[in-house]
Design a protein around this ligand. Structure first.
Ligand code: NAD
Length: 274
C-alpha cells in the first residue's frame, strides 16, 4: 500500500503531457507576440499563423505600407488584436519603443520573433562597401540584441524567443558574403542566448529557412537566379512562407517546451551540418 501511495504521488507530480490537453485548445491562446518584419514574406505568414493559434500580435516593420495594414486587418478578422509599429529596428531607441508600446497596450510580452532581415543585391567581395556591411550587420544581428535587451525585463518563465537565420549560415554563399556572415552570427547568438536564459525557463530557438518565395527574392536576386530559385533543393522547388510558419508556431508553443538552443531547417530537404 505504501508503494502504491508513493507511485500515486509520483504520478501526480508528472507534468501533464500536451496530448492530454483539450484537443481544441489553441496553442498560443492569450499569448502576446512581437514579430519583426511581420508585414511581409515569412514574418507575415508567422503573424497570421500565430493569430490563428490565439495570439495577439505586434508587427514591428520598417516603413508604413499597404501590406502591413492588410496583415493587421487579416489578424483582426481572425479575432486577435494587432498593433503596428513602424520604424528602424537597427536603432536601440526604436527597439525600446517597440517593447514599451507592446507592454503599454497588452500588459505583457510572451514571444519575440526576431525575423526582419535584409540582403543587398549580389556583388563581388570588393564591391561590398563599409556602409553596406554596417547596414546588413546592424539590421540582421545588432537589432536582435537591442530588441531582446529591451524585452528582458518583461520576459517571464515560459517566454519564447525565435530568431530567423538562414541555410546560408550553414553552407555559406559566395554571392551573399555579408548576409550569410550575419546569419552565422545569429546561429551562435541563438545558442548563447538559450544558455543565458535557461535559468529563467525562457527558451531561445532559431529557424533556418532555405529558399522561400517572398518579396525579398525578386527585389535582390537577378532574374536568372529568380527563375531557378529553389530548383537545386531535394524537393526541387522553393517553399512558400506558410510552409515555414509552422516551425515558428511549434517553437513558440508548449509542444516545444523541452527544446531550446536549437535550429529548425525548413529548407526543402538540404542536409546541413549543424
Ligand atoms: P521580406 O523582405 O519579405 O521581409 C523582411 C521584412 O523585414 C521587411 O518587410 C521589413 O518590414 C523588415 N525590415 C527590414 N529592415 C528593417 C528595419 N531596419 N527595421 C524594421 N524592419 C525591417 O523578406 P523575407 O524573405 O520574408 O525575410 C524574412 C527573414 O527570413 C529575413 O531575416 C531573411 O533573411 C530570412 N530568410 C529568408 C529566406 C528567403 O528565401 N526568403 C531564406 C532564408 C532566410
Amino acid at each position: 500500500q505504501t508503494v502504491k501511495k508513493k507511485q500515486g504521488k509520483e504520478k501526480q507530480m508528472q507534468p501533464q503531457p500536451v496530448f492530454e490537453k483539450e484537443r481544441d485548445a489553441l496553442r498560443l491562446r492569450n499569448k502576446v507576440a512581437i514579430i519583426t518584419g511581420g508585414d511581409s514574406g515569412i514574418g507575415k505568414a508567422v503573424a497570421i499563423a500565430f493569430a490563428k493559434e490565439g495570439a495577439d500580435i505586434v508587427i514591428a516593420y520598417h516603413e508604413d505600407n499597404e501590406d502591413a495594414r492588410a496583415t493587421a486587418a487579416r489578424i483582426e478578422s481572425i479575432g486577435q488584436q494587432c498593433l503596428l509599429i513602424a520604424g528602424d529596428i537597427s536603432k536601440p531607441a526604436h527597439c525600446k519603443k517597440i517593447i514599451q508600446q507592446t507592454v503599454n497596450r497588452f500588459g505583457k510580452l510572451d514571444i519575440v520573433v526576431n525575423n526582419a532581415g535584409i540582403q543587398f543585391p549580389q556583388k563581388e567581395l570588393s564591391a561590398i562597401t563599409p556602409d553596406q556591411l554596417k547596414k546588413t550587420f546592424e539590421t540582421n544581428i545588432f537589432a536582435m540584441f537591442y530588441l531582446v535587451q529591451a524585452a528582458e525585463p518583461y520576459l517571464q518563465e515560459g517566454a519564447s524567443i525565435i530568431n530567423t537565420t538562414s541555410v546560408t549560415a550553414y553552407r555559406g554563399s559566395s554571392h551573399l558574403l555579408d548576409y550569410s556572415a550575419t546569419k552565422g552570427a545569429i546561429v551562435s547568438y541563438t545558442r548563447s542566448l538559450s544558455a543565458y536564459f535557461a535559468k529563467h525557463k525562457i527558451r531561445v530557438n532559431g529557424v533556418a529557412p532555405g529558399p522561400v518565395w517572398t518579396p525579398l527574392i525578386p527585389a535582390t536576386f537577378p532574374p536568372k537566379h529568380v527563375s531557378s530559385f529553389g530548383s537545386d533543393t531535394p524537393l526541387g522547388r522553393a517553399g512558400e512562407p506558410v510552409e515555414v510558419a509552422g516551425c515558428y508556431v511549434f517553437l513558440a508553443s508548449e509542444e516545444a517546451s523541452y527544446l531550446t538552443g536549437q535550429i529548425l531547417h525548413p529548407n526543402g530537404g538540404e542536409i546541413v551540418n549543424a
